[in-house]
Every structure is written in structure tokens, then in C-alpha cells.
Design a protein around this ligand. Structure first.
Ligand code: CA
Length: 227
């Protein structure tokens, strides 16, 4: 298992590299953004750990360049800042997860393992049994739902509702359509079951996160996207 570590701070390089090697990973280090883009584009890595503060490019730009050239390797972004907006822009730029420095090595390791498991295989290709929007993952086979490294417990109806949204990212779904598809009956004007379930789902998948994914489209219904 090969990991690309993109970091210009030698102390962090030493600390992370030593730890990962002890866990059996092969670690290659890039100290600039351009070096990271060149190495990352070869697609030889199972995970990329990417620092945001680099001497040439910003980590966000590195992430965007890699994604725009079709590199699907999972990216864990590191930042020294704990601003909520940083996390949101990091995920929007195509990163799969985000961590604030300083961090415990154990947490880094746990997150890397999640990213690798999620992608399956060693070719860095996405697992199509999984649906993914930003850091929200739904696995149709194991019925597991995660945001970042956190597992989210959903009831079967909540799961069906979420799956419907994730299969159609960006599409506005009316209450009628949701009722028909998830509950199997047509709209009863007196029931607010959809709104109740949307509220429950939001509490679980969005409330604790800065980047909200499930949106209300006033007068039409709901949609899920990253905008
Ligand atoms: Ca740095």
C-alpha cells in the first residue's frame, strides 16, 4: 500500500512517515504542490495526504488539479487552521476527508484506513456500490452510511430516503415523488411524513457538519448537492 505525503514541514513529514512505515505502508514524500501534482497524476497511490499550506501552490489547487485530470485517489487534506470555511472549501475542491493540525497519529491512521476501505481494490477506482456526495458515503450493499470517519445510524426509511437523493444529486424531488418512491403511495395532502423524515435525516447527516447537503427548494421540494 503506497501513500503520497505532501507536506513541506519536515517535523510532520518525519512524524507521519515514521508512523506509517511502522504500520507497513510505503510512503513517498512531495514537498511542493507541483511535485505533488506530478506524482499524484501517476495514480500509483492508494491515498494522498495533502497539506494545505505549501510553498508554491495551495493544497486546494493541488486537489483541484488532480481531480480535473481524472485522478480518483482518496485525498485526506491537512490544515493548520480550524476555520469552518476551510473545511467546506477543502471538501468542495475534491478532498475526501479533512483533518486539522495538530492531530494524533492514531486518528490519521483511522481515517486513512476508512478512505482505503471505501475505495476498495488497489487501483484507486471508486466502488460503484457506493454513492458519494462530498464526504457523505452510502453503501448499498452493507447499508452503511458515513460522513468522513463517522458512521451514521439510519432507520430503513431514512436510508431509502437518503439513497433516493444520492442517486439523483442536484435534482429537485417533490414531496409527491418522495412519498411514492419511498413509501409507495401517492400524496396525501394531510400528511407531513416527508417533512418529518427530512428533518430526522438532516439531524443525522447535516446538523453536526458545516457543509449542508440536503437543501429545501421552496415551493418545489428537496434536493441534495454540494453547492
Ligand atoms: Ca505546510
Amino acid at each position: 500500500m503506497r501513500i503520497l505525503l505532501v507536506e513541506d514541514d519536515q517535523r510532520i513529514v518525519d512524524f507521519v512517515q515514521r508512523g506509517l512505515k511502522a504500520e507497513g505502508y510505503a510512503v513517498e514524500v512531495a514537498r511542493t504542490g507541483l511535485e505533488a501534482v506530478a506524482l499524484g497524476a501517476e495514480g500509483q497511490f492508494q491515498t494522498i495526504i495533502l497539506d494545505r499550506g505549501l510553498p508554491d501552490l495551495d493544497g486546494l489547487q493541488v486537489c483541484e488539479r488532480l481531480r480535473s485530470t481524472g485522478v480518483e485517489t482518496p485525498i485526506l487534506m491537512l490544515t493548520a487552521r480550524d476555520a469552518v470555511q476551510d473545511k467546506v472549501t477543502g471538501l468542495r475542491s475534491g478532498a475526501d476527508d479533512y483533518m486539522t493540525k495538530p492531530f494524533a497519529f492514531e486518528e490519521l491512521l483511522a481515517r486513512i484506513e476508512v478512505l482505503m476501505r471505501r475505495r476498495g481494490g488497489s487501483d484507486g477506482k471508486a466502488d460503484h456500490r457506493e454513492l458519494k456526495i462530498a464526504d457523505l458515503i452510502l453503501n448499498g450493499e452493507t447499508h452503511e452510511v458515513r460522513r468522513g470517519a463517522t458512521t451514521i445510524e439510519l432507520t430503513p426509511k431514512e436510508f431509502a430516503l437518503l439513497e433516493m437523493f444520492m442517486r439523483m444529486p442536484g435534482k429537485v424531488l417533490s414531496r409527491t415523488r418522495i412519498l411514492e418512491q419511498v413509501w409507495g403511495y401517492s400524496a396525501d395532502p394531510l400528511t407531513n411524513v416527508v417533512d418529518v423524515y427530512i428533518r430526522q435525516l438532516r439531524r443525522k447527516i447535516d446538523d453536526d457538519y458545516d457543509l449542508k447537503l440536503l437543501k429545501t427548494v421552496r415551493g418545489y421540494g428537496y434536493k441534495m448537492d454540494i453547492s
